[in-house]
Ligand binder design. Structure first.
Ligand SMILES: [Zn+2]
Length: 468
């Protein structure tokens, strides 16, 4: 018997419906996934013979997934975890007012410990709604410790976390403006300390905030910095119609045209939102092989508009999905995003054939992996890839009976149905609860902190002065 076939340190998930999301979209019913260390060792149909029975008996961890789906971990390609503290302050503002009256005032009084708590709640919610990997666009730099708080939350929760270090030299809120030297010094430090930390789970990207909050020389420097270090550039683009007017007035260029001219449009670029794009801009994204991150719930909540996702996919543009921050969602339920994505485009185009469930799942898995440059080791259940996977209970009154697991996952399942989550072979959610952190204790601490911060803000910011 070869090393590894003894099953001693292996984990086995068997007897479930396995959606591999591989090139052939294979669905194995029932199927199994065998994990060795941090990698997937085997994926196959579950037809117990002598060898499989022996595996089941000898694995250090064996999960009978009868009535459950086993899928690759979803990839949440855009969020701002600190906004966990801002959910539901008001639900009626457009983007600019929402930033000015809710996000900036509260984020500016948050302390480093708050960024840790907000980040940790966000990581827990992401894991418990099926995301094993998230990209956090962090742009509140009132203290260097704020960023460390988010990164500590990645480490402690067990999630695979990527932090895009945000930066802006013309931010509407003066206290959030930074020079390019400040951004580079801070990012250099993050790369030294955190890149590849926690067994490779932690990564750093560069996140120039948006085009209307950055000068042209600042954006050009950001492009050079990312290119020199091989980093992902993560940037809000064309989220509202007003943002197009802004770059047209300043440079005579639409948003994507400016992004291209400053050298920020390439294979490692993640175009966040990308709503108000014309045909030429879509063609530029395709030609440069950049990715678009679509956040349907946030786009609807802030009434920003509808991204041209079906057309993007027809053109061969890679589209990933994101929740966006909890301030504009107001949750982080990655399974809920799947349903919103499908429904939004069907009704907008008055075409019910758009975005069948498998296509939506592909955006959330392989689409995300491609956007992160990780299509070779994440995004599908295949031997040799990282063991990032999620087990979802389908034997629920709001889901069963099931005809097609892909449809049940997109249209029926929600975060409460997630049973088990594995990141790099480590079980971080079991029986629907996080294994590494005390959820209740963290939630109670965060609530008392938020109550105190709101009381502090109530006098000067009327939106925080409500009683209930
Ligand atoms: Zn955002």
């Amino acid at each position: 018997m070869r090393e590894g076939e003894t099953g001693i340190a292996n984990k086995l998930l068997y007897n479930g419906t396995v959606l591999t999301m591989d090139g052939a979209d294979r669905v194995l019913k029932p199927g199994y996934v065998l994990v060795e260390g941090d990698e997937i060792k085997e994926v196959g149909e579950w037809r117990p013979d002598e060898r499989l029975e022996r595996l089941r008996a000898t694995c250090s961890f064996a999960c009978d997934a009868a009535g459950k789906a086993i899928i690759p971990g979803l990839i949440n390609a855009h969020t701002h975890l600190f906004q966990t503290y801002m959910r539901g302050v008001s639900d009626h503002y457009p983007l600019a007012q929402w930033l000015r009256e809710i996000i900036w005032p509260l984020s500016l009084v948050m302390e480093p410990e708050d960024f840790y708590l907000a980040g940790l709640i966000g990581c827990i919610e992401n894991l418990k709604s099926g995301a094993t990997y998230l990209m956090d666009h962090h742009y509140i730099h009132t203290s260097l410790q704020n960023t460390a708080g988010v990164l500590r939350a990645f480490v402690d929760s067990g999630i695979r976390g990527h932090l895009a270090r945000g930066g802006s030299d013309l931010a509407g809120e003066p206290r959030l403006r930074e020079t390019e030297e400040q951004v580079f010094a801070a990012t250099d430090e993050l790369l030294d300390r955190w890149e590849g930390a926690a067994s490779g789970r932690i990564r750093i990207a560069l996140g120039p905030l948006n085009l209307y909050g950055c000068s042209r020389p600042f954006l050009e420097s950001m492009a050079r910095y990312s290119r020199d270090r091989g980093l992902i550039s993560h940037v809000h683009v064309a989220e509202t119609k007003g943002q197009i007017d802004n770059t047209m007035e300043r440079f005579g260029l639409r948003n994507l045209e400016l992004l291209n001219e400053v050298g920020l449009l390439g294979e490692r670029t993640q175009v966040i939102h990308g709503i108000w794009l014309d045909d030429g801009e879509l063609e530029a994204i395709r030609a440069r092989q950049a990715s678009v991150v679509h956040c349907p719930v946030s786009n609807m909540y802030l009434a920003s508009g509808v991204a041209r996702v079906p057309e993007m996919r027809r053109l061969g543009i890679n589209v990933a999905l994101g929740t966006d921050g909890p301030g504009s969602n107001n949750c982080q339920d990655n399974l809920e995003v799947l349903k919103f994505a499908a429904c939004l485009h069907k009704v907008y185009a008055l075409d019910s054939t758009l975005l069948p469930p498998m296509d939506v799942l592909k955006m959330a898995t392989m689409g995300g992996a491609r956007a992160m440059g990780r299509e070779n080791d994440l995004g599908s259940l295949e031997p040799g890839k990282q063991a990032d996977l999620v087990v979802i209970d389908l034997l629920k009154p709001h889901i069963a009976p099931v005809h097609r697991a892909s449809s049940a996952l997109v249209y029926n399942a929600n975060g409460n149905d997630v049973d088990l989550v594995m990141v790099g072979g480590r079980v971080v959610v079991e029986n629907g609860a996080c294994t590494l952190v005390d959820e209740r204790e963290i939630l109670l601490r965060a609530q008392s902190r938020v109550d105190a911060l709101r009381a502090k803000l109530a006098a000067e910011c009327p939106v925080f002065a409500f009683e209930h």
